[in-house]
Design a protein around this ligand. Sequence first.
Ligand SMILES: Nc1ncnc2c1ncn2[C@@H]1O[C@H](COP(=O)(O)OP(=O)(O)OP(=O)(O)O)[C@@H](O)[C@H]1O
Ligand SMILES: [Mg+2]
Length: 390
Amino acid sequence: MSPDGVKVQLDVRDWETREAFRRVIGSAAGFQVLDPDDYGAVQLLVLEVGEDLEREFRRIEAHLALGEDQEVFLTSARPDPEMLVQALRMGAREFFSQPVKEKEIVDAIERYKERRIESRLVRRQRRRGKIISVLGAKGGVGTTTLAVNLAASLVELDKEKSVALFEMNRVYVEVPLFLDISPNHHWGEIARNLSRLDPTLLMSLMHKHTTGMHVLSSPGNLDEQYAATPEVMEKLLDLMKTLFNYIVVEPGSVMDDVSAKILQMSDVVVLVCILSLPSLANVNRLLKVFFELGYPPENQVKVVVSRFMSKSEISLADAERSINKKVFWKIPNDYRTTLSAINQGKTLAEISKKAPVTREIRRLASVLFEAQQEKEESSPHFLWKLLGRK
Ligand SMILES: Nc1ncnc2c1ncn2[C@@H]1O[C@H](COP(=O)(O)OP(=O)(O)OP(=O)(O)O)[C@@H](O)[C@H]1O
Ligand SMILES: [Mg+2]
C-alpha cells in the first residue's frame, strides 16, 4: 500500500451491498477496505443511510470535517430525494440505490480517482489555510488549554496537514509553558521587520513542537517596539494561510483593533466560556460587539462551554437562553488532567489519551470544519442521476 493509498470504510448493513463494495473496491489498485471497527485515517466512507438519519448525517459531517481528501458515498434501499439533497449539501459525492450494480461502483471509483488528482493539483497551487480563533469570554476559563489541544488534535487527526499555533496574547507568554518549549523568537520580531516578512523569515521564527505543530509565540510584554497593528496581523495571517492548513490563534483577552482584525480574518471563532453568570454575560457582550462590528458572521462563532458539569447550577438550557445561541460543544470538567498537562508541559493526549476531556477536544477538532470544507463546484454525480440527467 503506497502512503498515498485510499483507505475505505464500509458502514453498510446490507450484506449483499457490502460484499459488492468489498469486491470492487478491494480489487481496485491503491484502495484498501478496512474493517468496520478500524480506527485511524479513512479517506472514503461508504455509508448506508435510511435508518437513523440524524446519526448518519452527523457521521457524514464528522467524516468530511477530517480533511480535504475525505469523501462519502451513500447507499440506501429506500432512497428519499429530500434526504439525498440534504446529504449532497453536506458534501456526499455518490449515491447507489440497492441492489447496487458493480459497474456503478467501478465508475464511481474512477470518478473518485479523477477528483482526487484534480483536487491535489488545485490545492498545491492554492493552499488556503483555515484560521480558528480561540477567544476566552473571561480569564481562566480554559482558553489556552483548548487552543493548545485543539491544535494538537488537528495534527493528530491527519499528519499530512500542517498546523500552526499562534499566541497573540500581548501580556503573558503561556503556550511555551503548556508545551514545555523555549522558543527563541516571537511574533514581535515580525512587527519590527514587516517589510522583510516572507516564508523563510516566518518559518525561522516558529518553533516546531514534537507533535509536529509550529508555534509562533508571544513576546509577552507590552513594549511599544513590538506594537502589533491590524496591518501586521493581516500580512502575517495572509502568509500563514499559504503555509499551513490550520492556524489556531489565541487573539488574547483585549478586544482592540488588532484582535478585531484577527476575528475578521477567522474562518471560525471558538468563544470559550463556563457556566457562570459573569462568563455568560461576557459572551453576550462579545456577541453584541461582533454584531455591531459586522463580523465574524454569527454562524462562524461557536460557543464552547469549558469545564462542563452536567449538574451545574446553571443548566445548558439556561445558558443557551441567556446568550440566545446554541452551545456548539462542551468540554468536560477535568481539573486534574488539565492541570497535570499544564504542569508537565504536555498535551492532554500525552497525559491521558482516553480522558473524556481529551476525547471531546479531539472530537471538536474533527467537526469544526464542517461548514468550512471547500465545496467542489461540480454537482455530485448522484444528483444528476436523481434529476434524471446523464
Ligand atoms: N476542561 C477543564 N476542566 C477543568 N479545569 C480546566 C479545564 N480546562 C482548563 N482548566 C483549568 O483551568 C485553569 C486555567 O486554564 P487555562 O490556562 O487553559 O485557561 P485560560 O482561560 O487560558 O486562562 P488565562 O485567562 O489565565 O489565560 C488551569 O488550572 C486548568 O487546569
Ligand atoms: Mg490563557
